[in-house]
Design a protein around this ligand. Structure first.
Ligand SMILES: [Zn+2]
Length: 218
């Protein structure tokens, strides 16, 4: 074993960001894939053949063709393979668990491919370290609240940041980067603000009538 997998996610985030920088932060899924010379074809299922002798090729169902999260997910497979980290994952976790890790990582990557660094940086410039950043990113990138939350929390793998979303009185989503929230996924937390000490830098933003988003930076 030569590679320490505890750095895997942060190494992958850095790699994805470097590729995005190289492509001048193209956020359109299909244009991004094509700029990487990934062939995108129409097919009956969504899949990716990274090791094709003529270069990577993905097939997507017709209704996912274009600027879609499916194209981003399949592109993430190619990036993960190119980065060499896919092989490390399979070696460490084996075929069965390893491919689940790969799938989760590729789903996670959608938020990075959709919400680029300039989008995030300008949102932070505008709102500061505030939950409004997440709501703003959700709107401008047409992302889900979950995607905007993940993208913001994991932006700096060395930073301290955490966020959560409620659904009614329950915690629906948590994201934690080197920082532990005082509650977990599916916990019943009617008043999240009461769980934080007064000096905590926690901010809230309303997502809809039933959901609130909370963010804290270290
Ligand atoms: Zn996949």
């Amino acid at each position: 074993m030569t590679y320490d997998n505890t750095h895997l996610v942060s190494d992958y985030i850095r790699y994805v960001k470097a590729v995005q920088r190289h492509l001048r932060y193209e956020a359109h899924a299909l244009r991004f894939a094509q700029a990487l010379e990934i062939r995108v074809k129409i097919g009956l299922s969504n899949r990716c053949h990274t090791e094709h002798p003529d270069g990577p090729v993905m097939t997507v169902q017709p209704w996912h063709w274009g600027n879609s999260d499916i194209v981003r997910h399949e592109t993430a497979h190619v990036l993960l393979w190119w980065s060499g980290l896919e092989a490390e994952i399979i070696e460490e976790y084996g075929e069965e668990l390893g491919w689940k890790v790969v799938e989760n990582l590729c789903n996670f990557t959608i938020s990075f491919l959709k919400i680029t660094q300039p989008m995030l940086d300008s949102a932070v410039l505008r709102y500061g370290q505030d939950a409004k950043v997440v709501r703003h990113l959700q709107k401008i990138a047409r992302a889900t609240p979950q995607q905007a939350l993940l993208r913001t929390v994991y932006d700096d793998p060395n930073g301290l940041c955490a966020g959560f979303m409620t659904s009614g009185k329950y915690i629906q989503e948590v994201a934690q980067c080197n920082w532990s929230l005082p509650f977990g996924w599916l916990d019943r937390v009617p008043e999240p603000a009461l769980w934080f000490p007064d000096e905590a830098k926690v901010s809230f933003a309303r997502i809809n009538s039933n959901a609130t988003l909370g963010m804290c930076w270290g």
